[in-house]
Design a protein around this ligand. Structure first.
Ligand SMILES: [Zn+2]
Length: 248
């Protein structure tokens, strides 16, 4: 009799231990399932936020056209308007005017240096730069000593784009500064900071040469539209990087 009671007790204890073990294991499993479910919902809500944030734009939008050495384009012939003696695509004339006026609040000497340049004009400009470099009267080779055409072209490509590769042919790019020399304006950072308010971005920022193919240019601004300019600035994206996020 005593033995039977002891045996039943042992069985009971074993059953309890087994049951507890089972509860613990199931609990643990359901916890970890909850955790991973939580993680999934966090990352998917991030995805949604990212997409919600992205402007409703397409790669083919007129104000996002890409012209570069990697994406050369033939003569585009935009309809032009003149702002302070500089030609731009007429669709952005009032934005250029407003951006210029706002920049002049920062430095009264701010002025437009260049706007629209046709492919044929760029051709002539580029050839004259190559000639000047070859003759030693160039921007890089100002030594007075002649160099080969090949060397001259390398020099020119550090500050000018070959014809069909300059976005000045779009009429959507302007060069604007308080002085007529590149990367020497003490107001450049302040002017670049207000650009997105008018739909412009500093097109060739520091540290983005791998993306744009062009080193820092403190005076070259590109119109991309208000929403795009804000998004690109907030996310530190060049036009090349931004276009990759958009549908065709
Ligand atoms: Zn420019």
């Amino acid at each position: 009799m005593k033995r039977r009671i002891t045996f039943s007790l042992i069985v009971l204890v074993l059953l309890i231990i087994g049951a507890l073990g089972f509860i613990l294991i199931t609990n643990d499993k359901s916890n970890s399932t909850n955790e991973s479910a939580k993680k999934t919902s966090i990352s998917s809500s991030k995805e949604v936020a990212k997409k919600k944030d992205l402007p409703d734009a397409k790669q083919s939008d007129w104000d996002l056209v890409l012209v570069s050495r990697k994406s050369p384009k033939d003569e585009m012939n935009p309809t032009l308007a003149t702002v302070n003696g500089i030609q731009v695509d007429q669709r952005i004339a009032s934005e250029v005017q407003q951006f210029l006026a706002a920049a002049q609040q920062i430095s009264p000497a701010e002025h437009l240096i260049s706007g629209y340049r046709s492919v044929s004009y760029q051709e002539g400009l580029y050839q004259s730069y190559v000639q000047a470099e070859m003759n030693g009267q160039g921007t890089v080779n100002s030594s007075g000593n002649p160099i080969s055409e090949e060397e001259a072209i390398k020099n020119v490509q550090t500050y000018s784009q070959p014809p069909r590769s300059s976005e000045h042919q779009t009429g959507l790019a302007i060069d604007m500064s308080n002085i007529d020399s590149l990367n020497e304006s003490q107001y450049a950072k302040q002017v670049a900071a207000i650009a997105p308010k008018y739909g412009f971005v500093l097109r060739f920022p520091e540290g983005k040469k791998a993306e744009t193919g062009i080193g820092y240019e403190d005076w070259h601004f590109r119109y991309v539209g208000l929403e795009n300019a804000k998004y690109m600035t907030e996310h530190n994206l060049t036009l090349e990087e931004y276009l990759k996020l958009l549908p065709a």
